[in-house]
Design a protein around this ligand. Structure first.
Ligand SMILES: *[C@@H]1O[C@H](CO)[C@@H](O)[C@H](O)[C@H]1NC(C)=O
Ligand SMILES: *[C@@H]1O[C@H](CO)[C@@H](O)[C@H](O)[C@H]1NC(C)=O
Ligand SMILES: *[C@@H]1O[C@H](CO)[C@@H](O)[C@H](O)[C@H]1NC(C)=O
Ligand SMILES: *[C@@H]1O[C@H](CO)[C@@H](O)[C@H](O)[C@H]1NC(C)=O
Ligand SMILES: *[C@@H]1O[C@H](CO)[C@@H](O)[C@H](O)[C@H]1NC(C)=O
Ligand SMILES: *[C@@H]1O[C@H](CO)[C@@H](O)[C@H](O)[C@H]1NC(C)=O
Ligand SMILES: *[C@@H]1O[C@H](CO)[C@@H](O)[C@H](O)[C@H]1NC(C)=O
Ligand SMILES: *[C@@H]1O[C@H](CO)[C@@H](O)[C@H](O)[C@H]1NC(C)=O
Ligand SMILES: *[C@@H]1O[C@H](CO)[C@@H](O)[C@H](O)[C@H]1NC(C)=O
Ligand SMILES: *[C@@H]1O[C@H](CO)[C@@H](O)[C@H](O)[C@H]1NC(C)=O
Ligand SMILES: *[C@@H]1O[C@H](CO)[C@@H](O)[C@H](O)[C@H]1NC(C)=O
Ligand SMILES: *[C@@H]1O[C@H](CO)[C@@H](O)[C@H](O)[C@H]1NC(C)=O
Length: 455
């Protein structure tokens, strides 16, 4: 039987190549991320942006028949020209709602309507805002920049008088406290992912007397928190800066404050004992600072606290029992501090929360008659005197619950209750390798059997 060997080799080659492609495509899919998406490129600007941004560059473009004569735009022609100078498409009447990406919002003025709100998103960095254009936009109450790395501009006084809300996220390259401190009529200020060069937050907080909501985050803002505040704030987010010093007790006079985020700064000292005067507070974070001392007792007075984050500081003392009586609480993070003694929570409290973290407190322990060790809390059980029985286990270590029934119930993992994203990658590699290997073994067995029959 001479024709058999070539036939066998072809069969072998076919099988081998197919298993290789199966396993390689599987492992490729699971290990390497999809190729980066190429975002639509903006019109390139070969010429470097002019270093004199204040120089008026607003040249009226040739009056294009951008608006059909049958439906003339209702927007003030001067503002229409200004929008065109900012590369904002004006083919459609910008006052017709809803505008694309909420770029524009107009009033109902006659004979012309005027802009109330303008939102610039993903602009190309060669867009130049001229003083002339900004002057003609001085009906704006709301101005937003998102991902617009254009040159910062001096705002004309007319625009400053009209603005109530200003937002600058990853835009305008760099801002100063003096620039922001001039925007005196603002009630809402959002600055994020832009450097703010200021001698301290007081330059902004001391000047903007009508502010109610302020976010200056990830801005490398330096200095100390203000000692004086006007009392109308509802929202303060100064997270991700370089603020230092203590949290002033004057902050606790802000009875309308609902949201306070001072995380990721270098604040130190103890929290003001009057913190509980913030009766409207729902969400508060002092995470990732160098704060110390106890959780103030007065916090038991705050009725609607939903989110409390004190993680990664040097807070100490015992965890107060009143926290377990906060009915609205959904998020509690006390990890990486120096809390000590018996943790005052039971399993039903912990299960009610969306996030509960207490790990990284080496002198904190839990009462094992109240809490199952299956809730991997990252702290040790207490002995009869209320001290940790052993050095606390490494957080989320699998060997920790070896004493439990062996039922590895991941859903009761209390140390991090946010949903685990199940990674399918490794199992796909294993599957591919298994298919490949078993095919090869099958082939070998097949060949051996065949050769035995022939021999
Ligand atoms: C490969 O990955 C893509 C996108 O991540 C997914 O849609 C597809 O189902 C995956 N294919 C396999 C065989 O897992
Ligand atoms: C536009 O504004 C409306 C109302 O303010 C809002 O519901 C909607 O989500 C916004 N759309 C976009 C794309 O921002
Ligand atoms: C801006 O760009 C981001 C990412 O490049 C994209 O997800 C988003 O939809 C864009 N927004 C607008 C309004 O063009
Ligand atoms: C704030 O607005 C009022 C009227 O709305 C105006 O009279 C005043 O000049 C504005 N303030 C500044 C600093 O522009
Ligand atoms: C803040 O400073 C750090 C370190 O100097 C720098 O890497 C980061 O880009 C700065 N962030 C902003 C928004 O300026
Ligand atoms: C911040 O402003 C001060 C004076 O206004 C200046 O001396 C300093 O160089 C500025 N810092 C940065 C990083 O631009
Ligand atoms: C604070 O709010 C009250 C009532 O909402 C208002 O009467 C008062 O003028 C506000 N004060 C400031 C400084 O905006
Ligand atoms: C505070 O800000 C940080 C980063 O800016 C953010 O991760 C965190 O979720 C915020 N906390 C609250 C309570 O909003
Ligand atoms: C307040 O905290 C809760 C729980 O973590 C969260 O769902 C909510 O979005 C937060 N609110 C704000 C304004 O960040
Ligand atoms: C907490 O730390 C401070 C120093 O930061 C110390 O004076 C105080 O005694 C400590 N309290 C407890 C209960 O350990
Ligand atoms: C758990 O503690 C809460 C108060 O934090 C209490 O109301 C509840 O009765 C306790 N549950 C059990 C089973 O002990
Ligand atoms: C643990 O809880 C049980 C039941 O409430 C109690 O009898 C015991 O004293 C507690 N253990 C410690 C160390 O507090």
């Amino acid at each position: 039987m001479e024709p058999r060997p070539p036939f066998l080799f072809i069969l072998l080659a076919l099988l081998l190549s197919s298993t290789v492609t199966i396993s390689s495509s599987l492992s490729h899919n699971s290990t390497s991320p999809s190729p980066p998406q190429i975002s639509p490129t903006k019109s390139p600007s070969p010429s470097a942006p002019s270093p004199t941004p204040t120089k008026p560059s607003f040249s009226p473009p040739a009056p294009k028949p951008s608006t059909s004569p049958s439906a003339p735009s209702t927007l003030d022609p001067k503002q229409l020209l200004a929008l065109q100078s900012l590369n904002i498409p004006t083919v459609k009447d910008p006052c017709i709602q809803p505008s694309l990406h909420n770029t524009t919002l107009c009033d109902n003025g006659k004979p012309f309507r005027h802009l109330l709100s303008l939102r610039l998103v993903n602009c190309s960095d060669d867009v130049e805002m001229s003083i002339t254009a900004l002057k003609s936009l001085s009906t704006l109450q709301d101005l937003e920049f998102l991902n617009c790395p254009i040159q910062p501009v001096h705002f004309p006084a007319e625009l400053i008088a009209s603005l109530r809300s200003f937002s600058c996220i990853n835009s305008l390259r760099k801002l100063t406290g003096v620039f922001l401190g001039r925007l005196k009529n603002l009630t809402d200020l959002t600055v994020s992912q832009v450097t703010v060069n200021a001698s301290g937050p007081i330059v902004i907080f001391g000047n903007l007397k009508k502010l109610r909501s302020v976010t200056i985050s990830n801005a490398n803002l330096t200095g100390y928190l203000p000692k004086r505040w006007h009392l109308n704030y509802t929202h303060i987010d100064l997270s991700g800066n370089r603020l230092k010093g203590r949290v002033p007790s004057s902050l606790t006079l802000l009875g309308d404050l609902e949201f306070l985020n001072l995380s990721s700064n270098t604040l130190s000292g103890e929290l003001p004992t009057s913190l509980g005067d913030l009766l409207s507070l729902t969400n508060v974070s002092f995470a990732s600072n160098s704060l110390s001392g106890p959780i103030p007792d007065s916090m038991s007075e705050i009725p609607g606290l939903v989110h409390l984050d004190l993680s990664s500081n040097q807070f100490n003392g015992t965890i107060p029992k009143f926290i377990s009586e906060m009915k609205q609480l959904k998020y509690l993070n006390l990890e990486n501090n120096n809390f000590q003694g018996i943790m005052p929570f039971n399993g039903s409290f912990i299960k009610r929360l969306v996030v509960f973290k207490v790990g990284g407190n080496s002198n904190l322990c839990y009462n094992h008659t109240i809490i199952s060790s299956k809730l991997k809390l990252g702290i040790a059980p207490c002995d009869k005197d209320g001290f940790p029985v052993s050095p606390p286990p490494a957080r989320s270590s699998d060997s920790y619950d070896s004493s439990s029934s062996g039922d590895d119930d991941e859903s009761s993992d209390g140390s991090s209750k946010s949903k685990d994203d199940h990674r399918h990658g490794p199992s796909k590699i294993v599957l591919g390798v298994a298919i490949g290997l078993s095919s090869i073994i099958f082939l070998i067995v097949f060949l051996v059997l065949l050769s035995k029959r022939c021999g």
